[in-house]
Design a protein around this ligand. Structure first.
Ligand code: HAM
Length: 419
C-alpha cells in the first residue's frame, strides 16, 4: 500500500521563499521603527494558561469559538495564543519592569477561524505595547509608528479609523441606552444580533448584517456619554495626529473584536485588499487588562499588525516586492576535483553570495543552472584553468567581457564586476 500523503491542515500554509524573505524584511523594518522609538523586543511563549486568554472577553469570538485550547499531560488547561497583548500584560505582572514599559513583538498567533484569503488559523503579527502610562500622546505615538511603518513599505492605500470607547465607568449608562435602543427594535434586529445583545450590546454595533444596518445607524453614540477626562484625551490624540500629518477618520461605530479596550481604539484598513478581510492592523488602550490579570491598576496601549494581510496589501498595491539577484556568483566546475567546493567557500567567506552545481553535471547543464540561478557572475573552472591555477569570470547580467584571472585574484575580480 502506498504511504499516505499529507498537506498542510486547513487555515495553515507553508511559507516558502520569496514570501519568507519578504516576511523577514518586513519584520526587520518593523523592528527598526520600534527600536528607534525606544521599544525592546519581547518573545512570550506561544501557549499560556487558558485563563490568561479568557481575559480577552468570554463574549468575544476569539475566546468563545476560536481558541485552540488543550489539556497537557500535567492536566494543565492551556491555549495557543490568539494574540500577544494578554501575554505581554501577563509578563508585565510577572516581571514588573520599570514604566512606561515599551515592548515590541513578532510571531505567529492562532485562531480557529473559517479560512479564506487573508484569514488563516495560523497567522503572523508584529506589534507594540506600552504599559504604565495614561498619556494620550502615547496613543498618538503608537498610531504614528504603525502609520510610518506602512509608508516605509510603500503602502499608500491604508486608511486609519479611530474611535474612543471611553472609560469603564462611562459604559453602564451607554450600554443601558444601547440595550434599550436595540430591544425596542424587537424582531427587526437579526436573530444573531439579538443573541449578541444578551451577552454584549456593544458588539451588536459590529454586526455586518444588512438587516441591522439602519438600527445600528440610529443607535446612541458613546461620544454623548464620555467623561470629561476621556473626551479630553480623545481630543488630544486627534490634535496630535493632525500635528504629525497622520490622516484619520473618526468612526463612532468602530468596535474592536476584543473586550479589553477602553478610550482610544483604532484600525488600519487597506482599500487595495480585494477581500472582505481588509483590516491590516488595529489596537487601542486597555486600561483594565493588567489588573484583570492580577496586576496593579496600570494602563496599557498598543497595536498589532497582520503580517500576512499586510503582504497581501503590498501585492495588491504592487509594492515591497521580493528583492532579486539573490546570488553574486555561481561556480561552474568541470575538473571533477574539489574546485567548486573550495571556491564557493572562498567567495562566501569574503562576504559574497555563492552557489554551485552538484552531481558532476556537464558544462552545458551547469551553465544552464548558473543562468537560472539569477547570479550576476559565473565563475568557470575546467581542467585547463585548474592546471594554470586560473579561472574565468563571466558576467551573466551585463554585456561586460569575460576575463581569465588568477585563482588568488578571484575575490577582487568579482568585486570589480559586481560594482
Ligand atoms: P486584532 O484586530 O484581533 O487585534 O488583530 C490585529 C491584526 O491581525 C488584524 O488587523 C489582522 O490584520 C490580523 N489578523 C487577525 N486575525 C487574523 C487571521 N485569522 N488571519 C490573518 N490575519 C489576522 C489584536 O490582535 C490585538 N492584540 C491588537 C492590540 C494590541 N490591541 C492592543 N494592543
Amino acid at each position: 500500500m502506498a504511504a499516505p500523503t499529507f498537506t498542510a491542515t486547513p487555515g495553515t500554509r507553508d511559507l516558502l521563499n520569496p514570501t519568507t524573505s519578504r516576511m523577514r524584511e518586513l519584520v526587520e523594518t518593523f523592528a527598526d521603527e520600534a527600536t528607534k522609538a525606544g521599544f525592546g523586543q519581547i518573545v512570550p511563549p506561544m501557549f499560556e494558561d487558558l485563563d490568561v486568554f479568557v481575559r480577552l472577553g468570554e463574549s468575544t469570538d476569539v475566546v468563545s469559538k476560536e481558541l485552540y485550547a488543550f489539556t497537557d499531560a500535567g492536566e494543565r488547561r492551556l491555549a495557543l495564543r490568539p494574540e500577544f497583548t494578554a501575554s505581554v500584560c501577563r509578563a508585565y505582572v510577572q516581571h514588573r519592569p520599570t514604566t512606561p514599559w515599551k515592548a515590541w513583538y513578532a510571531g505567529p498567533a492562532f485562531r480557529q477561524e473559517k479560512a479564506q484569503r487573508g484569514r488563516y488559523r495560523q497567522f503572523d503579527q508584529v506589534g507594540a505595547e506600552v504599559i504604565g502610562s495614561h498619556d494620550p500622546d502615547l496613543d498618538t505615538e503608537l498610531i504614528a509608528l504603525a502609520w510610518r511603518f506602512y509608508a516605509r513599505l510603500g503602502l499608500s492605500q491604508v486608511r486609519l479609523v479611530i474611535n474612543t470607547l471611553g472609560d469603564k465607568a462611562d459604559r453602564p449608562p451607554f450600554l443601558d441606552a444601547l440595550t434599550a435602543h436595540f430591544t425596542a427594535a424587537g424582531d427587526a434586529l437579526s436573530a444573531e444580533s439579538r443573541a449578541t445583545l444578551e451577552k454584549n450590546p456593544l458588539r451588536v454595533l459590529d454586526s455586518k448584517r444588512e438587516q441591522d444596518a439602519e438600527i445600528i445607524a440610529t443607535a446612541p453614540a458613546l461620544a454623548d456619554f464620555l467623561s470629561d477626562e476621556a473626551a479630553a484625551a480623545f481630543d488630544r490624540v486627534q490634535a496630535g495626529l493632525r500635528l504629525l500629518d497622520v490622516p484619520f477618520v473618526v468612526e463612532p461605530k468602530l468596535v474592536r473584536g476584543l473586550d479589553y479596550y477602553t478610550r482610544t481604539t483604532f484600525e488600519f484598513v487597506s482599500d487595495a485588499l480585494q477581500s472582505a478581510q481588509n483590516a491590516v492592523g488595529g489596537g487601542g488602550r486597555y486600561d483594565g487588562l493588567v489588573a484583570d490579570l492580577g496586576g496593579p491598576a496600570d494602563p496599557g496601549v498598543g497595536f498589532a499588525l497582520g503580517v500576512d494581510r499586510t503582504l497581501l496589501a503590498c501585492d495588491d498595491e504592487g509594492v515591497f516586492g521580493a528583492s532579486d539577484a539573490e546570488l553574486d556568483a555561481f561556480v561552474v566546475d568541470t575538473t571533477g576535483e574539489f574546485a567548486a567546493l573550495r571556491l564557493v567557500d572562498t567567495i562566501r567567506r569574503a562576504g559574497l553570495r555563492a552557489d554551485r552545481a552538484y552531481d558532476g553535471r556537464s558544462m552545458k547543464a551547469q551553465m544552464k543552472a548558473a543562468n537560472r540561478s539569477g547570479a550576476s557572475v559565473a565563475v568557470i573552472v575546467g581542467p585547463d584553468e585548474a592546471a594554470a591555477d586560473e579561472l574565468v569570470v563571466r558576467p551573466l547580467r551585463s554585456d561586460a567581457e569575460q576575463r581569465r584571472v588568477a585563482t588568488s585574484d578571484l575575490v577582487p575580480a568579482l568585486r570589480g564586476l559586481l560594482d
